[in-house]
Ligand binder design. Structure first.
Ligand SMILES: CC(=O)N[C@H]1[C@@H](OP(=O)(O)OP(=O)(O)OC[C@H]2O[C@@H](n3ccc(=O)[nH]c3=O)[C@H](O)[C@@H]2O)O[C@H](CO)[C@@H](O)[C@@H]1O
Ligand SMILES: C=C(OP(=O)(O)O)C(=O)O
Length: 417
């Protein structure tokens, strides 16, 4: 078993380069299935989720050539091989195989997804979308079976503006007959990134990034080259870590606009934040005022930064309230932070956090962002060594985390028992 060991108490200082976005990459990889020729993705993050996805594509018959931050996918030999089990169970975004295979072949069998299960994460809106396009969808022993003689465009109103459902419907509809309109679509930057790739592959998608997306189905799609957008959640995690350790960090290769909700909150609590063209500098202060935070869909404060933010709020004076309006029970990090001395209680969909010092402890990450929260908490503790297990979750979403933190002056290392 691997652990992260953190001897904290050192302010982070220096520059960190942010990799491409996980939540884009793991949608762009299956999107390549819709092309008839090679797709090249640049700025690919080096993450376990990406490794699992490339393995899935290879199992389907794609020729994959991954070298550092670039991947070339030749999907010309891909077949819709049933995948009720195996690697699809290892990550959440395997649900995109449903839309991509359905869109290209009119059929797919994909096991229900795995990934971070901090609470039940239904996919009813994805299925509603596939059915509206003309597919029959059944759940047989935990695997979703999809079949359509032909897919026809439809008007689909999403009950919740789901990132996954919006992207999955775009994938299925890109090569359908006629026009599809997604209403109440999610507006996250990763959706624009997927639409940009699909359009470069020959699709006709308008309105990505707004609540109405219109897709005119095309007969064929082809290869192209695309550079993945920077990972706003990794960037936000380093911003929070810089503030929590009272450091001074330049977070480079970011789109500052994607981080406005976090930037505004940091400034409100007394952190100095400077936005540059493609980077953000975060300069910590000796003390911070308490703030209330509401995690919402984009452009609101991201739920994926809610857990890391909890750790920062333990460093504020007074009581902060952090509520999650996307995932009401995403609080598995709280008991672990309490183990480290945090004064936090969960009330409904909110965590009530009373500021105060933390101490080193042995804690366990139950999901990716809970892991990030525990690492940040450990970085604030000046005596003793915090041990974080569940490193496999952290590796799903943080490219070279230990190397990056060490380069910023943190005393962090991996230890295998
Ligand atoms: C791979 C990926 O991109 N993961 C992100 C994606 O997850 P994911 O796409 O799974 O999250 P969604 O945007 O779909 O979920 C948003 C909300 O809608 C609900 N819902 C969703 C789909 C559905 O069919 N029915 C339904 O009720 C969910 O329970 C949740 O309360 O967006 C989340 C919200 O920003 C992020 O936390 C995840 O990091
Ligand atoms: C919840 C997350 O990812 P996934 O949806 O892939 O589990 C995340 O990135 O915080």
């Amino acid at each position: 078993m691997e652990k992260l060991m953190i001897a904290g108490g050192r302010p982070l200082r220096g520059t960190v380069q942010i990799s491409g976005a996980k939540n884009s990459a793991i949608a762009l990889l299956p999107a390549a299935i819709l092309a008839e020729s090679e797709v090249t993705l640049d700025n690919l993050p080096q993450l376990s989720d990406v490794a699992v996805y490339t393995h899935i594509l290879e199992e389907l018959g794609a020729k994959v050539n991954w070298s550092n931050n670039q991947i070339r996918i030749d999907p010309s030999e891909i077949k819709s091989i049933p995948m009720p089990n195996g690697p699809v169970k290892k990550l959440r975004a395997s649900y995109y195989m449903m839309g991509a295979l359905l869109g290209r072949f009119g059929e797919a069998v994909i096991g229900l997804p795995g990934g971070c299960n901090f609470e039940p994460r239904p996919i009813d809106q994805h299925i509603k979308g596939f059915e509206a396009l003309g597919a029959t969808v059944t759940n047989e022993h935990g695997a979703i079976h999809l079949h359509a003689k032909r897919l026809r465009g439809a008007r689909i109103y999403l009950d919740v503006s789901s990132v996954g459902a919006t992207i999955n419907i775009m994938l299925a509809a890109a090569r359908a007959e006629g026009a599809t309109v997604i209403e109440n679509a999610a507006k996250e930057p990763e959706i624009i990134d997927v639409a940009t790739l699909l359009n470069a592959m020959g699709a006709s998608i308008k309105g990505a990034g707004t609540e109405t997306i219109r897709i005119e189905g095309v007969k064929e799609m082809h290869g192209c080259r695309h550079s993945i957008i920077p990972d706003r959640i990794q960037a936000g995690t380093y911003m929070i870590a810089a503030a929590a350790t009272r450091g001074d960090v330049l977070i480079d290769n970011v789109i500052p606009k994607h981080l406005e909700a976090l930037t505004a909150k940091l400034i409100e609590m007394g952190v100095q934040v400077e936005e540059l063209d493609e980077s953000i500098r975060v300069i910590g202060a000796d003390s911070y005022g308490h703030v209330d935070v509401k995690a919402l869909v984009y452009p609101g404060f991201p739920t994926d930064l809610q857990s890391p933010m909890t750790s920062l709020l333990t460093q504020c004076t007074g009581v902060s309230v952090l509520s999650d309006f996307v995932y009401s029970n995403r609080f598995k990090h709280v008991p672990e932070l309490v183990r480290m001395g945090a004064k936090i209680r969960v009330e409904g969909r909110s965590a009530v956090i009373e500021g105060g010092p933390l101490n080193a402890a042995k804690v366990s990450a139950s999901d990716l962002r809970a892991g990030a929260a525990l690492v940040i908490a450990g970085l604030t503790v000046s005596e003793g060594v915090t041990e974080v297990t569940g490193v496999e979750y952290i590796d799903r979403g943080y490219d070279h985390l230990v190397t990056n933190l060490r380069a910023l002056g943190a005393d962090v290392w991996r230890q295998t028992e």
